[in-house]
Design a protein around this ligand. Structure first.
Ligand SMILES: *[C@@H]1O[C@H](CO)[C@@H](O)[C@H](O)[C@H]1NC(C)=O
Ligand SMILES: *[C@@H]1O[C@H](CO)[C@@H](O)[C@H](O)[C@H]1NC(C)=O
Ligand SMILES: *[C@@H]1O[C@H](CO)[C@@H](O)[C@H](O)[C@H]1NC(C)=O
Length: 356
């Protein structure tokens, strides 16, 4: 009996995946280093790496993903059976390639224009929306208006923003004045107001299916733990994220009410990573408080340098460096975003959205 049920379930899954392949023509990815696939040269000298499948930085030397392997953008595409969205900055991202979607995400990028500026070049959210308009102009030469509207309406937009507005802005008072100007609640609302305008802009440009990832428990990344008591997360940091995450979830309700022809989904990043950190053994993780690679493995290092020897057992680590999840942790998040219950992906998951 049980075996039969499993086989039937597997068949249903593979049928659904087939249906999705037809239903989701493209992924358009916007965000920061969690979903960057090679759009940024700010870490040109730092982020050269040998770790497959790091991409190429098309404006300089090789950079690529901030991961020991695939990142969230890779896995979500993979789970949906959609070919990988090519990096916007790649000069070969032209012609038929863009029909599979484009990835605009850029390391250090934030919702706010100034976020991450101490790292140098990056595409902020604002610029990523402008870059999407550039891509749209190319798509207009490839199909008529009716076909383009249908294509955009069936495509999925993945947005992963907010972490840098805290880590590389609000929490760096020596470099940014935001924490003098706003209390945490005001700052969260400032982010939400800017975000809402850009999401509305993407809707106006024709996108209709949105996955909006909340911010994870940033107080638990090795870089922030370094300033917390031993064995603890920086609780104050985690607490200040509530305004943004709860506000984003409420925004999703509002957007769905205002736009019945569209679907907006909130990704509960905080809950999923919180679960991983609270129950690491359930996911075969054994190290949650330091990165697998990097100097000190817990301070400021944003990626693994070519001459550094990473830990031998990467799949047991939640964090690859002081800021970013390993491929294994990124997979857990992505799987739950695509397949999880409403407590992970609200009000429906990405797979259900794909089938709409
Ligand atoms: C638009 O393109 C589609 C697909 O190529 C085609 O079927 C349709 O007839 C075209 N519509 C117009 C108005 O040209
Ligand atoms: C805060 O910094 C921004 C630049 O990041 C600057 O434009 C602004 O004038 C500053 N505001 C105050 C009140 O210092
Ligand atoms: C990782 O591997 C090293 C070397 O085999 C071992 O000493 C260490 O205990 C392992 N770490 C974990 C968390 O299993």
């Amino acid at each position: 009996m049980i075996i039969v049920v499993v086989v039937v379930n597997l068949m249903m899954v593979s049928l659904e995946v087939k249906a999705q392949t037809q239903r989701v023509p493209a992924l358009f990815v916007f965000g920061d280093s969690l979903v960057d696939v090679g759009n940024n040269n700010l870490l040109n000298t730092l982020a050269k790496s040998n770790y497959f499948p790091y991409g190429i930085d098309f404006r300089g030397g090789p950079t690529g993903r901030f991961s020991n392997g695939f990142n969230i953008a890779d896995f979500i595409g993979n789970l949906l059976g959609v070919p990988q969205a090519a990096a916007f900055a790649n000069p070969t991202t032209r012609g038929p390639t863009i029909l599979n979607g484009v990835n605009f995400a850029s390391g250090a990028a934030g919702i706010l224009q100034e976020t991450g500026r101490h790292y140098g070049d990056r595409f902020s959210l604002n610029q990523q929306v402008l870059n999407f308009e550039n891509t749209l102009n190319q798509l207009r030469t490839m199909m008529n208006g009716t076909a383009l509207s249908q294509y955009l309406a069936k495509s999925i937009a993945i947005l992963v923003f907010g972490s840098n507005d805290y880590i590389n802005n609000y929490l760096l008072p020596t470099l940014y004045n935001s924490s003098y100007l706003y209390n945490p609640q005001q700052f969260g609302n400032l982010l939400l107001n800017s975000y809402a305008r850009q999401i509305q802009a993407l809707y106006s440009l024709g996108l209709r299916k949105f996955f909006l990832a909340g911010v994870g428990p940033l107080g638990c990344i090795p870089n922030q733990r370094a300033s917390a008591p031993p064995g603890r997360c920086a609780d104050g940091v985690n607490q200040m994220l509530g305004t943004f995450n709860e506000g984003l979830r409420a925004m999703v309700d509002q957007l769905n009410k205002n736009h019945p022809d569209a679907m907006f989904v909130y990704g509960n990043t905080y809950a999923v990573f919180g679960d991983i950190l609270n129950n690491p053994a359930a996911y075969s993780f054994s190290v949650i408080d330091r990165g697998c690679c990097g100097m000190g493995r817990n301070q400021g290092q944003i990626t693994c340098l070519p001459f550094q020897v990473p830990c031998p057992n990467r799949s047991q680590y939640v964090f690859w460096d002081a800021f970013h999840p390993t491929q294994s942790a990124a997979y857990v998040f992505s799987w739950r975003a695509v397949n999880g219950p409403p407590s992970d992906s609200y009000p429906i998951n990405i797979q259900q959205m794909a089938l709409l």
